[in-house]
Write a protein that binds this ligand. Structure first.
Ligand code: AHG
Ligand code: MN
Ligand code: MN
Length: 337
């Protein structure tokens, strides 16, 4: 008799690589409840739909602005809207979501028909200023379990520490899907020939050596003194030979992904133009902080992880530093109020 042990095997090479769905199903009950497994599968579906729109952006007239300004005070791009609508419509139909909150929506969305389910906070398209120049952009999401249907915004203002999982999708030279729970981080790559996400980097860990710093240095005139000193100190490490380099795409999610693989940190401090910070706690910082910690890295807002902050509003912004622990600790050593 031939026994099939392969249902346990996570394959990242050869013709039979593990698909996202197989990966989720193989760990259902251990890492994923039936509902969470179903939610992740549906996020994978939304990701494929958004990816196909992004890939055709130059052809099907979805470049450019809608003419609207969102709740963040930013110009809304057509692809921001397409990604937002796609994510909402797919997740509303998933049967496992009770509430959604999006960077592009003024208020949270209540989804009826489900009692015990998930609240998903998301940035439908991060790095949207890069759409027109065909550079990497992405979707970021964080997942919270709700044992009963939320009644008010207050019920959704929970610290990121309470997330059960978080992830992102990058529409770059390939489309990748990264998902983390407290235990591990896995990366899947979309095979466009048959439209499946295949396990490409299992159990990702952040390197421990700091090799890359991602920061918009042209904000330096607005930085607090301690931030200028922190960056100067990093640069001074290169006197003899270059041990740290700068890489800044301007899409947080893409900068984060490169840093996760190569060993870097991303910095966006509170500054004179962004007095409360530029990045959004619920949609951007919490999910990426969660993933960084699951991969053995760290994050801070200056004096502690953003995951411990209790949000006072859905669209709250915060100073944010994330990636290799050494680069995060470096900020905490310099940070002053
Ligand atoms: P979004 O496109 O979702 O509004 O986010 C943009 C964010 C982030 O992706 C990026 O790293 C950062 O804003 C860039 O800000 P600056 O242009 O101020 O450097
Ligand atoms: Mn963003
Ligand atoms: Mn966005």
């Amino acid at each position: 008799m031939i026994t099939a042990e392969s249902h346990q095997t996570q394959s990242t090479s050869g013709p039979f690589r593990t698909t996202l769905t197989q990966h989720i199903l193989s760990q259902q009950g251990e890492r994923f409840t039936e509902r969470l497994a179903s939610l992740l599968t549906q996020i994978g579906v939304a990701a494929k739909q958004i990816s196909s729109q992004v890939r055709r952006a130059g052809i099907i007239e979805v470049w450019g602005q809608t003419g609207e300004v969102n709740v963040q005070g930013e110009e809304v791009q057509k692809l921001d809207m397409i990604a937002n609508t796609t994510f909402i419509e797919v997740l509303k139909r998933s049967g496992c979501v009770v509430a959604l909150a999006s960077e592009e929506e003024d208020d949270w969305i209540s989804v009826s028909g489900v009692e015990d389910g998930y609240f998903v906070a998301f940035d439908p398209l991060d790095g949207s200023s890069n759409i027109e120049v065909s550079t990497s952009i992405g979707t970021i999401f964080g997942i919270y379990h709700c044992s009963e249907h939320p009644k008010s915004t207050q019920d959704l203002l929970r610290p990121g520490r309470e997330m059960v999982g978080a992830g992102y999708v990058i529409y770059g030279s390939s489309t990748v899907f990264v998902y983390a729970d407290q235990e591990r981080v896995d990366c899947f790559t979309l095979d466009p020939s048959y439209g499946e996400f295949l396990l490409s980097r299992p159990n990702l860990k952040l390197p421990t050596t700091l090799t890359t710093v991602s920061v918009n240095e042209y904000n330096q005139p607005y930085w607090p003194q301690w931030m200028c000193e922190a960056i100067d100190e990093l640069k001074s490490r290169n006197q003899e030979k270059r041990i740290i380099t700068g890489r800044h795409i301007g899409s947080l999610v893409a900068d984060f992904h490169r840093n996760l693989i190569k060993g870097g940190v991303y910095y966006y401090p509170v500054d004179r133009n962004n007095k409360r910070g530029k990045l959004r706690l619920l949609y951007e910082c919490n999910p990426l902080a969660f993933i960084a910690q699951a991969a053995g890295g760290a994050d801070t807002w200056g004096n502690g992880s953003v995951l411990d902050l209790v949000p006072s509003e859905l669209h709250q912004r915060v100073g944010f530093f994330v990636g290799v622990s050494e680069g995060v600790k470096h900020i905490e050593n310099h940070y002053t109020e």
